[in-house]
Design a binder for this molecule. Structure first.
Ligand SMILES: Nc1nc2c(ncn2[C@@H]2O[C@H](COP(=O)(O)OP(=O)(O)O)[C@@H](O)[C@H]2O)c(=O)[nH]1
Ligand SMILES: [Mg+2]
Length: 201
């Protein structure tokens, strides 16, 4: 099963993917870089190295999707889960062609993913920063909810002001599951795992 992680720049997608993989038991990852024609180059790195490389204040650090493959023990039928980290989708039209292209191909992946996990930075609701929830989040939601299993992960609940943000977000995205999480402290990871397992059958 492929779970696509999508959202605005700096909302915590990369930190979520790596810490969630670690929560699911992974210590070293094959960091598969997927090119636009879906060719994959494989590298093995520790989760700590991956974090140093991929988690950043700089937006659009990861243009190509990164896939993390996990095998989850389940008696005689181990489950295979791929979590795909993607480039941030920003508001408006980005001035760099490569970034625009990466965003377009990320959006195109929504239709083929088995599940979409849409991260928002719930601590920035009402702010003007690039990671603040905005119109592009509503567009992603409108599209993704039609296509299959979809949830919003309200990230950075460890930060001040996030509790209000979660209830506002639930109000705004009625009918869509909103799971409060912290990619940093791993709060809410149990709920995300339960959701994924429910869809994996
Ligand atoms: N306090 C806090 N910071 C976070 C959390 N998730 C991500 N960050 C920080 O937000 C910044 C952007 O994270 P990153 O994973 O690179 O975001 P991405 O652009 O969506 O992949 C980094 O400085 C992270 O350390 C969180 O849950 N809590
Ligand atoms: Mg990233």
């Amino acid at each position: 099963m492929d779970a696509l992680v999508i959202g605005k720049p700096n909302v915590g997608k990369s930190l979520f993917v790596l810490n969630f993989a670690s929560y699911l038991g992974l210590r070293e990852i094959r960091l598969d870089v997927m090119s636009s024609d879906d060719r994959v180059s494989v590298r093995r790195v520790s989760l700590e190295d991956a974090k140093r490389k991929l988690v950043s204040h700089t937006a659009h650090k990861t243009l190509l999707p990164r896939r993390v493959d996990l095998v989850l023990p389940n008696g005689k039928n181990p489950k295979h889960l791929s979590i795909i980290d993607t480039v941030g989708i920003s508001e408006g039209i980005h001035h760099v062609a490569d970034v625009r292209q990466a965003m377009a191909s990320t959006l195109a992946r929504i239709s083929s993913a088995d599940m979409v996990l849409h991260l928002v930075d719930v601590s920035r609701l009402g702010h003007k920063s690039i990671e603040a929830p905005g119109p592009v989040d509503e567009e992603i939601a409108r599209y993704a909810k039609l296509l299959g299993p979809y949830a919003i992960l309200a990230n950075k609940v460890d930060k001040p002001g996030a509790a209000d943000g979660v209830s506002q977000l639930r109000e705004q995205f009625r009918g869509i599951p909103v799971i409060p999480i912290s990619a940093l402290t791993r709060r809410g990871f149990r709920e995300v795992k339960a959701l994924i397992f429910r869809y994996m059958g």
